[in-house]
Design a binder for this molecule. Sequence first.
Ligand code: CTP
Length: 212
Amino acid sequence: MRILVTAGPTREYLDDVRYISNASSGRMGYAITQAILNAGYEAVLVSGPVSLAPPIGAEFHAVESTDQMMQVCQELFPHCDGVIAAAAVCDYKPHRRIAGKISKTGSPISLDMIETDDVLAALGKQKKSHWILGFALEAQNERENALQKLRRKNCNWIVLNRPDAIASEKNSVELLDETGSTIAAWAGTKTHVAEQLVEWLEKNAISTEPNQ
Ligand code: CTP
C-alpha cells in the first residue's frame, strides 16, 4: 500500500522576492505521513515550504507553487493506492509574476489575482480504483460546504476541520462520508488525530484492492 500525502502551504510569487501564502505549518500532513510509516505502509509526501523535517522513510517531494504541487501529484498519483490531501493550497495567484522587484510608487496598488488550479479535483478526475481523502477547512455552513467539496473533488471521504487548526499543535476533526454523515470524530494533538485517521483507513480503505 502506497499512500500519497499533500502537506503544508503553497506560495504564489508576485515578483522575484514576494509571495502570497498562508500560515499552514504542515504538521497535520507530516503527522499523517509518520502514522502511515509507523503502520508499515509506504508514504509519498508532497510538501510546500515548512520548517519540519520530512519523516524518515517517506519518499519526499518538495514543491513551492500550486502549479508545482499539481505537476508532481499528477505524476505520482497513478503509482499510489490512495491520497490524503492535507495541504493548505493557495486559492489565488497573481495574474502574472513580475520579473525582478516591484518598486514602491507612493500610491496604493492593487493586485490582479486569478484562481489556482485545484490539485485535489484534478486527482479526483484521474481516480481509477484509488481512494481519495480530502480535507475541508470551514468557518461556516461547515458540513454542507465540506460535503459539496467531497462531491466536487470526487473524494470518498473528507476531514472537516476549522481555521483554528492552522498552525496549531492540535486539531479537532470530523470524518464525513459521501452521504454527509459524520462517521468518526477525533480531537487532540495532530499526532493523535493522524494515528486515529490511519487506523480508521486501515479498517476501511486499505483493505480494498490496490490499483496495481
Ligand atoms: N485543494 C487543492 N487545490 C486547491 C485548493 C484546495 O488540492 N487549489 C485541496 C486541499 O488540500 C483540501 C481540499 O482541496 O484537501 C479542500 O481545501 P479547502 O481549502 O478547504 O477548500 P477550497 O477548495 O480551497 O475552497 P474554499 O477555500 O472556497 O473553501
